[in-house]
Design a protein around this ligand. Structure first.
Ligand SMILES: [Zn+2]
Length: 458
C-alpha cells in the first residue's frame, strides 16, 4: 500500500511539472512570441539584419517614409525628408534605437499575438505604421536649422498629434557617412534630441516662474519690481542684460528681465516653484505614445537665495527636453490641461485590420484655468509688443517666449523659442532649440516661424 501511495505522489509531481511547463510555454509565447518571431536569427523575415517582409511607414498624408522593395528596406524618395525624419523613422541597422522602425518591428514584420505570422505568410507583407507627422513641414524644419545642431517639434495641443519632430545632426539612412563615428559634426547623431536632449531652459522657464508667482504671491499682478542691472544677494548677484527700471510681472516677462525674475522666484519660494515645475511635467516620467522620453529635471534650490534666483530664470541645475517645452506651451494654450503627445497615428495589418489607433489623452492639470488665462495674455503680449506679429502668417495669433540659455565653459548660449497659436483651425504648440545659436529671439524664433508658417499655409 505504501509503495502505491508513493507512486501516486510521484505521478502528481510529474503532472504538476508538465502543467507548469505548459503554463510557462504559453506565457512565453504571449510575452516573447513577437520577439521570437521577429528575431534577426529567423531568416524567414530577415536577410542580413534587414526586415524583408516589413510593412510601410508613412506620414499623416500617406507619403511613404520607409518600405520594402526587392527584398530591401528603402526610405523616402526625397533625400531631405529622409534626413529630417531619420530619428523618427529609423535606419536599417538599429542605431536609432528609439525609432518607430525599431520599436514597432514586431508589427512591421506582420506578427500579432492572435494570428502569429499568419498574415505575413499569406500576404507577404507586415503591418503598415502611419505616423502623425507632416513630412513636408519636417523638411522645412530641417532646412531652417541650416546645418546647426538642435531640435524642432510641433504638435496639436487639442489632439496630441505630433506634426513635426526633427533632430540634428542627422544623416541619410540610404548613404551613411564613412566618418560618422569620428567627425565632430556628427556628435550625438544617434540621439533624438526632441525626446532625449536635456538642456537648460534659460528664460523660457520664466513662464513657469510667472505661473508659480500668480498662484503663490499675493498682489503679484499689481506689484512692481525695479531692475538696476542685477538681483543682489549677500552671496553674489544674478546679472540682467540691461537696466530695465520699474517693471510689472507682464513687462518683466516681455523684456525677459533677470533681476525681476530672480526676485519673483524668491518671493514665490523654493517649494512652490518646485511644485509648479512638477505640475508642468518636470521630474515626471514622460512618453511619446509607446516611445521613451528623457525625464526633465528641476532640483530644489532650498533656502539658497542666489541659487533660487538662478532657478527662477531657468539656469541653476534645471534641464528640459524640447518635447516637454512644447507640452508646457500646449498646457497653457489648452487652458491648463496638457494633452499627451503621440507620433504613431495608426497601425493597420496587411489584412486591413486596425490593430492600434492613437487616442487623445489629457494629462493631469498643470495650472488653473484662471492662471492659464493670465499666462495666455502675457505670452500673446510678448509676440505682439516684443517679438513682432510680422514673423508669423496673418491672423495666427502666435504666443511665446524666447530663451538664451547659458551653458558652461563660456560657449555661445543655446537659443530657444517655445510657444503656441491661439487659433481654432491651427491649435499648434511648438519648441525650437538651436545649440550654441546665441539669442533665442534672433535665432530660434525665425526657425519656429518658418515651420509654423509652412504648416498653416495650405
Ligand atoms: Zn532687468
Amino acid at each position: 500500500m505504501k509503495s502505491a501511495a508513493n507512486r501516486i505522489k510521484i505521478m502528481w509531481v510529474f503532472i504538476a511539472l508538465a502543467l507548469a511547463g505548459t503554463i510557462f510555454l504559453v506565457y512565453s509565447m504571449v510575452v516573447d512570441g513577437g520577439k521570437w518571431a521577429t528575431s534577426s536569427k529567423n531568416q524567414h523575415l530577415y536577410i542580413n539584419g534587414t526586415l524583408i517582409g516589413a510593412g510601410n511607414i508613412t506620414d499623416a498624408d500617406g507619403v511613404v517614409l520607409c518600405k520594402t522593395a526587392d527584398g530591401k528596406r528603402t526610405f523616402a524618395e526625397d533625400g531631405e525628408i529622409r534626413r529630417s525624419l531619420l530619428h523618427t523613422v529609423g535606419d536599417n541597422y538599429g542605431f536609432i534605437s528609439s525609432s518607430v522602425q525599431n520599436q514597432y518591428r514586431t508589427d512591421l514584420s506582420g506578427y500579432n499575438r492572435i494570428m502569429g505570422v499568419w498574415e505575413l505568410c499569406n500576404f507577404e507583407q507586415g503591418s503598415e505604421v502611419m505616423l502623425s507627422v507632416k513630412s513636408g513641414a519636417c523638411r522645412t524644419a530641417y532646412e531652417a536649422l541650416g546645418g546647426r545642431k538642435g531640435a524642432v517639434c510641433v504638435y496639436n495641443y487639442k489632439t496630441g498629434a505630433v506634426l513635426v519632430s526633427v533632430s540634428t545632426p542627422t544623416y541619410d539612412p540610404e548613404d551613411v557617412p564613412d566618418d560618422i563615428d569620428g567627425n565632430d559634426e556628427y556628435e550625438g547623431v544617434y540621439i533624438n534630441r526632441v525626446t532625449s536632449g536635456l538642456y537648460p531652459p534659460g528664460s523660457t522657464f520664466k513662464v513657469v516662474t510667472a505661473a508659480s508667482a500668480i498662484d503663490n504671491v499675493k498682489d503679484i499682478k499689481t506689484k512692481t519690481f525695479n531692475c538696476d542691472g542685477a538681483y543682489h544677494t549677500d552671496y553674489g548677484e544674478v546679472k540682467c542684460m540691461s537696466v530695465h527700471g520699474e517693471l510689472s510681472l507682464k513687462t518683466a516677462l516681455a523684456k525677459s528681465c533677470n533681476s525681476a525674475f530672480a526676485e519673483i522666484a524668491n518671493e514665490t519660494g523654493s517649494n512652490n516653484l518646485k511644485k509648479t515645475a512638477e505640475d508642468f511635467g518636470y521630474n515626471k516620467a514622460m512618453k511619446l505614445g509607446k516611445l521613451g522620453v528623457a525625464t526633465s529635471k528641476f532640483v530644489s534650490p532650498g533656502k539658497d537665495e542666489l541659487e533660487l534666483g538662478w532657478a527662477g530664470i531657468g539656469q541653476s541645475k534645471t534641464l528640459v527636453t524640447p518635447l516637454l517645452q512644447m507640452q508646457i506651451m500646449g498646457a497653457i494654450a489648452n487652458d491648463g490641461v496638457p494633452v499627451k503627445p503621440y507620433i504613431v497615428q495608426k497601425v493597420t495589418t496587411a489584412a486591413g485590420f486596425v490593430s492600434e489607433t492613437a487616442v487623445t489623452v489629457p494629462g493631469s492639470r498643470a495650472v488653473s484655468e484662471e492662471t492659464a488665462s493670465d499666462l495666455q495674455q502675457m505670452l500673446r503680449n510678448n509676440v505682439e509688443n516684443q517679438y513682432g506679429n510680422w514673423h508669423f502668417n496673418d491672423g495666427l495669433k502666435a504666443c511665446g517666449k524666447s530663451g538664451t540659455a547659458e551653458v558652461e565653459s563660456n560657449e555661445t548660449p543655446h537659443a530657444w523659442f517655445a510657444g503656441y497659436l491661439q487659433n481654432e483651425e491651427y491649435p499648434y504648440a511648438f519648441a525650437v532649440i538651436v545649440e550654441h545659436g546665441g539669442s533665442g529671439s534672433e535665432v530660434a524664433l525665425p526657425v519656429a516661424a518658418e515651420v509654423i508658417n509652412s504648416l498653416t499655409s495650405d
